[in-house]
Write a protein that binds this ligand. Sequence first.
Ligand SMILES: CC(C)(COP(=O)(O)OP(=O)(O)OC[C@H]1O[C@@H](n2cnc3c(N)ncnc32)[C@H](O)[C@@H]1OP(=O)(O)O)[C@@H](O)C(=O)NCCC(=O)NCCSC(=O)CCC(=O)c1ccccc1C(=O)O
Length: 281
Amino acid sequence: MTAASVSWRSAGSYEDIRFDLCDEGIARITIDRPHKRNAFRPLTVQELCDAFARVRDNPRIGVVLFTGAGPAADGGWAFCAGGDQSVRGDGGYVDASGLPRLNVLDLQRLIRSLPKVVIALVAGYAIGGGQVLHLLCDLSIAAENARFGQTGPKVGSFDGGFGAGYLARVVGQRKAREIWFLCRQYGADEALAMGLVNAVVPLEQLEAEGVRWAREVLQHSPTAIRCLKAAFNAETDGLAGIQELAGQATHLFYRTAEGQEGRDAFLAKRPPDFSDAPWLP
Ligand SMILES: CC(C)(COP(=O)(O)OP(=O)(O)OC[C@H]1O[C@@H](n2cnc3c(N)ncnc32)[C@H](O)[C@@H]1OP(=O)(O)O)[C@@H](O)C(=O)NCCC(=O)NCCSC(=O)CCC(=O)c1ccccc1C(=O)O
């Protein structure tokens, strides 16, 4: 089957995003605010969290393609230009009820801990908080027109979490400091050279390439992939990362006769019998 034959169907009705599924185990989540270069407001983030949570809870989905709608009416492209500065109040990004929020941090953790593979498809700008979102995806494919960069020190913001520490793990301390301190923009080839993206393709091939990578992932063991993702996170994310990896171990243990004997004995109000369980080397 060719990428062009992927048949997407809408899986939800949202204002700021699009959420599509296909029958091959792939989801596509698109930030749909091209007039703002796909900058996110609190509602955008809330809807993204909802869609990613639905992906997490759907056992038929193994890979998510995360992208931005484009081109805009003026021809400009963006994956995401970060937080929408026009709704930035004095204490955060203000939602419809007037509450100031930084709910993009919830979204970052959701993508990071999603036990499935998230592939960023970047056409145009991935700037500010948008660059951080792209960074948190497991894999990233850039179109030739992609541009990456930080603006925090220009616009009075910074991401001292994954946006600084994990960026330094990916591109190295020197480059990460350059990215944040100088606020330059980097083209797709520079991003590839510094390890920020996995591949660069012509714009018109971006989604097809993403689908091709997704199909390759989907040929492999879901359990191995989810344990590997948790293992990569455990190496960088402190106790939260170890929790994820440990959770995968517990998940596997629940599926053994030994684990089930503990539950069954408790429910039968008898002592557990683990005599069949070997003390392996
Ligand atoms: C992205 C640009 C470089 C694109 O430039 P260009 O193609 O010339 O287009 P423009 O004419 O500039 O823009 C077109 C149109 O879009 C509007 N727009 C673009 N970006 C934003 C934005 N971020 N907010 C609001 N509106 C935006 C722009 O105004 C135009 O509309 P008009 O109606 O014509 O005016 C360029 O647009 C650009 O540099 N944009 C700003 C990038 C930026 O500074 N983003 C914010 C960085 S700070 C941030 O993202 C905080 C993130 C956050 O919430 C956070 C907080 C705490 C911890 C972690 C994080 C985190 O990082 O996630």
